[in-house]
Design a protein around this ligand. Structure first.
Ligand SMILES: NC(=O)c1ccc[n+]([C@@H]2O[C@H](COP(=O)([O-])OP(=O)(O)OC[C@H]3O[C@@H](n4cnc5c(N)ncnc54)[C@H](O)[C@@H]3O)[C@@H](O)[C@H]2O)c1
Length: 456
């Protein structure tokens, strides 16, 4: 049966952009994105979207009101759907057994039970959220419990988009993964989803696997990406002790096509809602499976990341004569990466909190994430927020560059230097600026994994 109505439960960073692109590519399919949060739905129906992504507003404006709708979740919306994506949050559990490691699955379980109460038999359920391996089986058990007449095929279709490039990734993905249960209903459901994606994605990029491989592939992909970041950050620590240059190392090893050049930039550490959460989840799964050595291996990727962020903070304090008390420090960027307003697990927050503990005065600036920064830092004294980077740097002792926004390369750094207290220092947590030019202006420059350029 052709799919005419798609519903997505969860209008977040994944549900919103994913469904906007699907609706844009398939004008004959009605796509509804639903959420519990009225405020979020209102924002999706405005031009001030809750998610910032380059190109997203244009895609939403093309499809919204035509075949793309954002609504608060209702039984009717569920009952109308031929296919339902579950794209709710699966954060790290903060309580009870597995706290700090395991996935908190309460949101997907409650959305699954709402679906069960209202969906029509035969509706295809697609697990889009990142979940522990074997979750689709649990969804299927809940949906098909004790009710042979009600068959809900369950697919796993993890999302690989990267924030900041979500629209490009969704329109032109490296691959899409569709995992199905090994029965005729599962195979037929997978074919239905493949046929939808095949309208804009070449068929050789549509990988069909069993459902468990699909779930585990998502955790593996994030673990491998994070591991590369921690590996190059580990090298940056060695570079700082040996006068080697981590940029030169990245270039030298990246030209080996077995290694490849991407994801080899040293920095203040990875962030975002996924890497830490998914690795810790994998660590928890490994421990539950009795694979302690494997768990330890992946855990180290997260520990190295924390070490790197802490190292950056310590470097700031020691360069500023071992005290930052009462010193004004401008933080350039708070989003965990450029081209997003997402601040979840951003290293900027950890560095900010440490600097406040040392009694620094912080001024945070960011082109898109100031609203979230304000929420994250609520209740902490000694911090202010300033959209204009020139104002943020005015009378500051130092700038800590935390997010490599393109805008920061284009600033008038001479003007910034003259407005700051001296010695004026730039801590470049992303190796993003022109260090030689800054040094020639008069700044002390402290990069990551490279020799600091100091005037004293
Ligand atoms: N953010 C990313 O870059 C990314 C990339 C790939 C995969 N993922 C995964 O996708 C999933 C969603 O991530 P996100 O970043 O979009 O999360 P998010 O927090 O931005 O959005 C989730 C939304 O689900 C809603 N929700 C929760 N329970 C609900 C319910 N019962 N009914 C209706 N709505 C409900 C929440 O209100 C929220 O708006 C997670 O599992 C995440 O790991 C995220």
């Amino acid at each position: 049966m052709p799919v005419k109505n798609i519903l997505c439960v969860g209008a977040g960073y994944v549900g919103g952009p994913t469904m906007a692109v699907l609706a844009d590519q398939c004008p004959d399919i009605q796509v509804k994105v639903v959420d519990l949060m009225d405020s979020k739905i209102k924002a999706w129906n405005s031009d001030n979207l809750p998610v910032f992504e380059p190109g997203l507003l244009e895609v939403v404006q093309r499809a919204r009101g035509r075949n793309l709708f954002f609504e608060v979740i209702t039984p009717e919306a569920i009952a109308q759907a031929d296919m339902i994506f579950i794209s709710v949050n699966t954060p790290t559990k903060e309580y009870g057994e597995g706290a700090g490691m395991a996935s908190d699955l309460q949101y997907w379980e409650s959305s699954t039970r709402t679906i069960l109460a209202h969906a029509r038999p035969g509706t295809i359920i697609v697990e889009k959220s990142t979940v522990p391996v074997k979750t689709a089986e649990a969804i299927s058990r809940i949906l098909n419990y004790n009710n042979q007449a009600k068959r809900f095929p369950v697919l796993s279709n993890p999302e690989f988009l990267a924030e900041g490039t979500a629209i490009r990734d969704l329109e032109n993905p490296d691959r899409l993964l569709i995992g199905h249960e090994l029965n005729p209903e599962g195979e037929s459901a997978a074919k239905t989803l493949v046929d939808i994606y095949a309208r804009w994605v070449p068929r050789d990029k549509l990988l069909v696997t069993n459902v468990w491989s699909s779930e585990l592939s998502k955790l593996s992909a994030n673990a491998f990406l994070a591991q590369r970041v921690s590996s190059i950050n580990a090298m940056s620590a060695i570079c700082e002790k040996t006068d080697a240059d981590v940029g030169e190392i990245s270039r030298a090893i990246g030209m080996d096509n077995r290694i490849g050049s991407r994801f080899l930039e040293a920095g203040v550490g990875f962030g975002g809602s996924c890497f830490r959460k998914d690795i810790l989840n994998m660590v928890y799964i490994c421990r539950s499976l009795g694979l302690d050595e494997v768990a330890h291996y992946w855990q180290q990727v997260v520990e190295l990341n924390d070490y790197q962020t802490h190292r950056f903070f310590r470097q700031m304090v020691s360069t500023m004569f071992n005290t930052v008390a009462a010193k004004k420090i401008a933080m350039f960027g708070f989003a965990f990466k450029p081209d997003t307003n997402d601040t979840r697990d951003t290293p900027a927050l950890k560095v900010a909190l440490k600097l406040l503990e040392e009694k620094a005065h912080l001024v945070i600036t960011d082109p898109k994430a100031l609203g979230h920064a304000q929420q994250d830092m609520e209740g902490f004294p000694g911090v202010s927020f300033e959209p204009d980077p020139y104002q943020a740097a005015h009378n500051a002792h130092a700038i800590a560059l935390m997010t490599h926004w393109k805008e920061y390369r284009e600033l008038d750094w001479e003007k910034i230097y003259h407005s700051m207290l001296k010695p004026a220092t730039v801590f470049d947590g992303r190796n993003w600026l022109n260090h030689k030019a800054l040094f020639e202006i008069g700044f002390n420059v402290v990069p990551i994994g490279k020799k600091a350029l100091l005037h004293y």
